[in-house]
Design a protein around this ligand. Structure first.
Ligand SMILES: Nc1nc2c(ncn2[C@@H]2O[C@H](COP(=O)(O)OP(=O)(O)OP(=O)(O)O)[C@@H](O)[C@H]2O)c(=O)[nH]1
Ligand SMILES: [Mg+2]
Length: 397
């Protein structure tokens, strides 16, 4: 890894030069405003110093170009011409695969937690009350679906009690207990006479940027609101390029923030907007600097809408760690992505149980802007029961 220092008139010029000379994988280590020394400082504008790390073999200029075809609409007869919205959506979808190729993660960045379905724990390990064999068995089934064990046990006990008290089948009782646990989803609350600021956090690669752009596209194209975007993930140049390309297609202005303190100025640039979405870099577990940046971003932005993004194919163990890592966020909602990649609803239930925070959206695929929806509790329950309905029904007798 080599280090190089750049002096430029502003951050935009610096990032352009860095990208041209070192390619998209260069990592900005540090930036600060500087001034010339002595009297000359009075007559010259402030400059910016940027220190960059890069892999030497990547010193060849790398100019990232997207294939022209991704931008070009297929030729159609006049009577079949697409509406502006359809064309934008199609362009967005066409762009996604190019963006993915463009974003090269630094090697140390951990991949999305692998889907891991834990084997069912022995029933004895669940420490159920003695003699309550039905509860034991039910809790065993639920934890076999990779539900957190204490949740599995609590749900089983409550369901058993409810089934007895109300004379209902155990599957119906479990359904009701889980519905209570999931609660009512809380999507973005757009204030009528006030700007709404929404910020998304989450581990690397879970779909923060994609979800943010889906929501931004929805509010711009469907709701016709004035939307602004702010990117704080400016260490990876390609990440900014990703968001910039999306923003250009939707037609929303994008600001870049290089230190949490700059968020105030960036928000001022979007004073006239109805909603401002703030994208953030993925957090690696135990990264204390990142934790402090998160706290600063929330405090300085005054964001009323804070989202923790988690991917559905996340094991219960990883889910527990993620919720713990983000306990610096006091008030947030859960946004679960990649539900199309697994049949399991365990992450939705686990994250809800561990955090106690409301669910907001689920993302169901890579298509922008369509593959996101407000969490549908009935659908989540249907999917949960599709998995284990046979087992639960047997316990009813
Ligand atoms: N299958 C599926 N893929 C998704 C979904 N949401 C995002 N992705 C894909 O997940 C990958 C990462 O998405 P990003 O939006 O860049 O993730 P991120 O959290 O912003 O990543 P970092 O900024 O690198 O931390 C991309 O390939 C997306 O297309 C989803 O709901 N389903
Ligand atoms: Mg991102």
């Amino acid at each position: 890894m080599n280090i190089k220092r750049y002096i430029a008139k502003d951050m935009m010029e610096a990032t352009r030069r860095i990208r041209e000379e070192l390619g998209p994988d260069a990592v900005i280590l540090h930036n600060k405003p500087i001034r010339k020394k002595g009297l000359r400082r009075l007559f010259s504008p402030p400059m910016v110093e940027v220190v960059v790390a890069y892999e030497p073999q990547r010193r060849e200029p790398v100019v990232v170009r997207l294939p022209d075809e991704a931008w070009r609409a297929p030729e159609k007869p006049a009577q079949q011409a697409e509406s502006g919205r359809e064309q934008k959506i199609r362009e967005l979808n066409g762009k996604i695969s190019d963006m993915q190729a463009m974003i090269k993660r630094p090697p140390e960045a951990p991949a999305t937690p692998a889907p891991a379905i834990a084997p069912a724990r022995p029933v004895a390990a669940l420490q159920a009350e003695p003699g309550d064999a039905d509860v034991d068995a039910l809790a065993g089934k639920l934890s076999g679906m990779d539900l957190i064990e204490d949740m599995a046990l609590s749900v089983s006990r409550k369901a058993k009690r409810a089934a007895k008290a109300r004379g209902m089948g155990i599957d119906e009782a479990v359904r009701q207990v889980l519905a209570d646990l999931l609660g009512k989803p809380e999507p973005i609350r757009v204030r009528r006479f006030e700007r709404t600021v929404a910020i998304l956090f989450g581990p690397t690669g879970v779909g923060k940027t994609t979800s943010l752009i889906k929501l931004a596209a929805h509010y711009t194209l469907e709701e016709k609101l004035r939307v602004g975007l702010i990117n704080t993930d400016t260490y990876r140049l390609a990440a900014h390029e990703q968001l910039k390309a999306y923003a250009d297609i939707i037609g929303t202005p994008l600001s870049a923030v290089y230190a949490p303190e700059e968020i105030v100025q960036a928000l001022n640039e979007h004073e006239d907007k109805d909603i401002v979405f703030i994208d953030t870099a993925g957090k690696k577990p135990g990264d204390l600097q990142h934790q402090s940046d998160i706290e600063k971003l929330v405090r300085l932005s005054g964001a009323g809408e804070v989202y923790l993004v988690i991917a559905a194919p996340t094991s219960s163990r990883a889910c527990r760690e993620i919720i713990k890592n983000y306990n610096c966020l006091r008030d947030y909602k859960l946004l679960v992505t990649k539900t199309d990649e697994t049949d399991s609803t365990a992450t939705i239930l686990n994250a809800k149980w561990l955090s106690g925070r409301p669910l907001s959206y689920v993302a169901t695929g890579q298509n922008v802007p369509d593959d996101i929806q407000i969490a549908d509790i009935d659908e989540i329950l249907r999917r949960t029961f599709r998995e284990e309905s046979a087992c639960l029904s047997r316990l009813a007798n």
